[in-house]
Design a protein around this ligand. Structure first.
Ligand code: FAD
Length: 263
C-alpha cells in the first residue's frame, strides 16, 4: 500500500481537519486497509494521540481507539471483569501478529459484517466516543449508513455486573465466522447481538424482550428467545454458507450464549 502524504497528528483536532479538509484516510493498524487500498493520497497516523489504553473509570471501562486487539485479548482488567470472554472472542482472528496491529477503532469503524469485535461490543452495549460528535451508542453507529467525517476516540463498556458469552461457528478456528452471537446480561437486561449474517451485527430486540430482566431465565424462555432471534433477523448467502444454514444455526448459538452467560 502506498501512502503519498502522511500526517502524524499531534492533536485530535489536527487529525479531524486532515480528514475533513484533505479527505485523508484514518490509519488504524492498516491490516484491513492494505487489503483493499492500493494507494492513498493522504493518511492520518493517530499514534501520537495517546489513544492506546484500557482504564477503569467509575462504572465503566474506557478503551482508547488505538488499542490493539491483542491488548484486549490479554488485558488483566478486562479479564478481571469479563473472565475469558475477550481472549475467547478475539483469539479467532487470524493470528497474534495481525492482532498486534489491528485496533479497536479500525475494527468498529469498518462496520464489517464478519467482525467478531462489532458483535461482542454490540452485545455489551458499548458507547463510542466520536470526534467531533461526542458519545453515540454502538447500535446507532452500526445502523447508520454514513456518519460523515469523524474519528472514534474511545469506546466505553460497563465495568460492573455483566455476564456475557460469545459463540461462533467457523469452517476452521481462524477463518471468518459463518455466524457469530454474543449475549450479555447488563444493566438488568439482556442484549443479544448476531453478526456475520453475513451483514453487520444487529440486536435481536424481540428476543431480548422475551428474556426481560431475568438474570437466570428458564429453559423455555431461552428456547423461545433463541427461536425469536432467528425469526426476526435477516440472513443471507456468501461463499461460506447460505441463508438457510445461518437461520438454522442462529437459535443454537443464541441458546448456548444465553445459557453460558446465565450460569
Ligand atoms: C485476512 C484477514 C482476516 C480477518 N478475519 C477477521 C475475523 O475473522 N474476525 C474479525 O473480527 N476481524 C477479522 N479481520 C479484521 C481485522 O480485525 C481488521 O483488519 C481490523 O478490524 C481492522 O483494524 P485496523 O486497526 O487494522 O484498521 P485499518 O485497516 O487501519 O482501518 C480500517 C478502517 O477503519 C478506519 N479507521 C481506523 N481507525 C479509525 C478511528 N480511530 N476512527 C475512525 N475510523 C478509523 C480506517 O480509515 C479504515 O476505513 C481480518 C482481517 C484480515 C486482513
Amino acid at each position: 500500500m502506498e501512502i503519498k502524504q502522511l500526517v502524524l497528528a499531534q492533536t485530535i483536532e489536527e487529525a479531524y481537519e486532515a480528514v475533513k479538509e484533505r479527505r485523508a484516510t484514518i490509519l488504524g493498524g492498516c491490516t484491513w486497509l492494505r487489503m483493499t487500498t492500493k494507494s492513498l493520497d493522504y493518511g492520518v497516523d493517530l499514534s501520537a494521540l495517546g489513544l492506546s489504553y484500557i482504564k477503569e473509570s467509575g462504572q465503566e471501562i474506557e478503551i482508547g481507539a488505538s488499542t490493539t486487539l491483542r491488548s484486549l485479548e490479554v488485558d488483566g482488567l478486562l479479564a478481571k471483569h469479563y473472565g475469558p470472554l475477550f481472549s475467547r472472542t478475539l483469539g479467532h482472528i487470524v493470528g497474534v501478529q495481525l492482532r498486534n496491529l489491528s485496533t479497536l477503532g479500525g475494527s468498529l469503524a469498518g462496520r464489517y459484517g464478519f467482525s467478531d469485535v462489532s458483535t461482542l461490543f454490540l452485545a455489551l452495549g458499548a458507547e463510542l466516543d466520536l470526534y467531533p460528535e461526542g458519545p453515540l451508542s454502538i447500535e446507532a453507529y452500526m445502523a447508520a449508513t454514513d456518519h460523515g467525517p469523524h474519528l472514534i476516540r474511545a469506546v466505553r463498556i460497563p465495568a460492573r455486573q455483566v455476564q456475557a458469552s460469545y459463540q461462533t461457528v467457523r469452517i476452521t478456528h481462524l477463518d471468518f465466522p459463518i455466524l457469530s452471537v454474543a449475549a450479555a446480561y447488563t444493566g438488568g437486561l439482556w442484549r443479544i447481538a448476531v453478526g456475520a449474517r453475513p451483514g453487520r451485527a444487529q440486536l435481536a430486540a424481540a428476543a431480548m424482550q422475551i428474556l426481560g430482566g431475568t438474570k437466570k431465565p428458564e429453559g423455555a424462555a431461552i428456547a423461545e428467545a433463541a427461536r425469536q432471534a432467528a425469526a426476526e433477523l435477516s440472513f443471507g448467502k456468501d461463499i461460506r454458507a447460505d441463508e438457510e444454514y445461518r437461520k438454522n444455526v442462529c437459535p443454537v448459538l443464541v441458546r448456548r450464549a444465553i445459557e453460558e452467560a446465565s450460569r
